[in-house]
Ligand binder design. Structure first.
Ligand SMILES: Nc1ncnc2c1ncn2[C@@H]1O[C@H](COP(=O)(O)OP(=O)(O)OP(=O)(O)O)[C@@H](O)[C@H]1O
Ligand SMILES: [Mg+2]
Length: 402
């Protein structure tokens, strides 16, 4: 069999888990196939290599966490999660490492904070010199759909630990005293095993104790929660998430060493999100910038939803999957959405010429007229005409006057 020696080396590297060796041998096979004129086979190998690179970009790299710092028994799929004694409802669900999840995209500050946390766990010895431990508790807050839950998965996956996700519906009970007991049981379970404990929709448990709508039960629940958070300090990692940070009891905040706000993505992060969500379509940079510019202020989840609609509209339109086709699909999708707070989106939904007039006059939108022409399919001469017209000003004034 031709190339058998290289195939043998590939198998050897694969079985030994030697990624570098594997990459090298696959490259060797590719070169040999090309030299032998086996173009079809070479193309297949090249495609496999390319898709592996794309996946690597999307999958977080797992860091080797100092195991000594996270003690506890090993959770296995056979481990039974704790349950509510009255109803039998599970108090948590568990995700084990290895699930194929994509890494979130953040703007630079959030990226550095999350990466910083992961770095602490990869270099605990550096922290030990100054007599501190890696961060064990994190409170994430921010608007809906910004990637908070996704971040918890990302952290657990990078730490290579199972994620124990509290189930609010299972924890909260109508029986007096049962919610507090469920919380205690959940923490006892999480402390027994090496894991990341996730308290999503945290405000449901950690509401202010002086809330006039609530009676004595909430005080008992919050007090139990605070005690258990204190007891968990030396165990695994704890992540709490909320959309309603203002509702949280003030005593809760200092139980978490780090607080991270994940908001709507800025322009740079939106561009990266749009590129990801439009895949397998790979538009030019100007088209991506136009979409991100229109969707400023929207959450990552919104961007995903709109990009999916663009792809559907484009696919059915029969137009080419490039700039002008995407621009028209974007305009059609925005026109179908009920309302827009953001002026560029509102303009593109109602009057694409006014939108072009806006982007050619906005100094923050650094795309040349030539690129705008290529991305929109509008002629260069019409674009410079629209720039001079300042049409967007009149359209925006008219809409304000309404
Ligand atoms: N920063 C991001 N990076 C990549 N994808 C994102 C991001 N934000 C949102 N998404 C997309 O939106 C989906 C929803 O995100 P996620 O559930 O993490 O939001 P959330 O902040 O927890 O929202 P909620 O407050 O409503 O629970 C994700 O699965 C992902 O596809
Ligand atoms: Mg969430």
């Amino acid at each position: 069999m031709e190339h058998f020696s290289v195939i043998q080396s590939i198998i050897r590297s694969g079985l030994a888990g030697d990624q570098d060796g594997l990459d090298k041998q696959v490259q060797r096979l590719l070169t040999r196939l090309e030299k032998a004129g086996q173009t079809k086979e070479a193309t297949t190998v090249r495609r496999l290599l390319q898709s592996a690179t794309d996946t690597k970009e999307l999958t977080p790299s797992r860091v080797e966490v100092s195991r000594a710092m996270i003690t506890g028994e090993v959770l296995t799929p056979d481990t039974n999660p704790p349950i509510d004694r009255e109803t039998g409802a599970q108090l948590c669900t568990i995700e084990f490492p290895g699930a194929q999840r994509t890494a979130p995209i953040y703007e630079v500050d959030v990226r550095e904070t999350i990466q910083g946390l992961l770095d602490e766990w990869t270099h605990p010895e550096a922290l030990r010199c100054v007599e501190v431990d890696p961060t064990r508790s994190l409170l994430i807050f921010g608007p809906p759909g910004s990637g908070k839950t996704m971040t918890a998965y990302h952290i657990a996956q990078n730490l290579n630990l199972p994620l124990v996700m509290a189930r609010i519906d299972g924890l909260i009970s109508s029986f007096l005293g049962t919610t507090a007991r469920n919380i205690a049981n959940l923490f006892e379970f999480a402390n027994r095993y090496a894991c990341v404990l996730l308290l999503d929709e945290f405000d449901a448990l950690a509401k202010q104790r002086d809330d006039p709508q609530e009676i004595g039960e909430i005080k008992r629940v919050v007090n139990t929660l605070l005690q258990n958070l204190d007891l968990r300090r030396d165990h695994g990692v704890t992540i709490a998430i909320t959309n309603h940070d203002r509702l949280l009891d003030p005593a809760v905040w200092r139980r978490f060493e780090t607080h991270v706000h994940i908001g709507e993505p800025n322009m740079e992060a939106s561009i990266r999100l749009v590129k990801r969500f439009l895949l397998p379509i790979k538009p030019d940079e100007a088209t991506v910038s136009i979409i991100a510019y229109c969707l400023q202020g929207r959450s990552g989840a919104d961007l995903q939803r709109i990009c999916t609609s663009i792809k559907r509209t484009l696919a059915l339109s029969g137009k080419e999957h490039s700039g002008p086709g995407i621009f028209q699909a974007l305009s059609a999708v925005l026109a179908r959405l009920p309302s827009h707070d953001h002026a560029p989106a509102k303009l593109l939904a109602t009057d694409p010429d006014a939108f072009v007039s806006l982007i050619t006059n906005d100094n923050h939108f650094a795309i040349s007229q030539l690129e705008i022409a290529a991305a929109t399919g509008i002629s260069k001469s019409k674009i410079s005409e629209l720039k001079k017209s300042n049409r967007h000003v009149a359209v925006m004034e008219a809409s304000h006057a309404k």
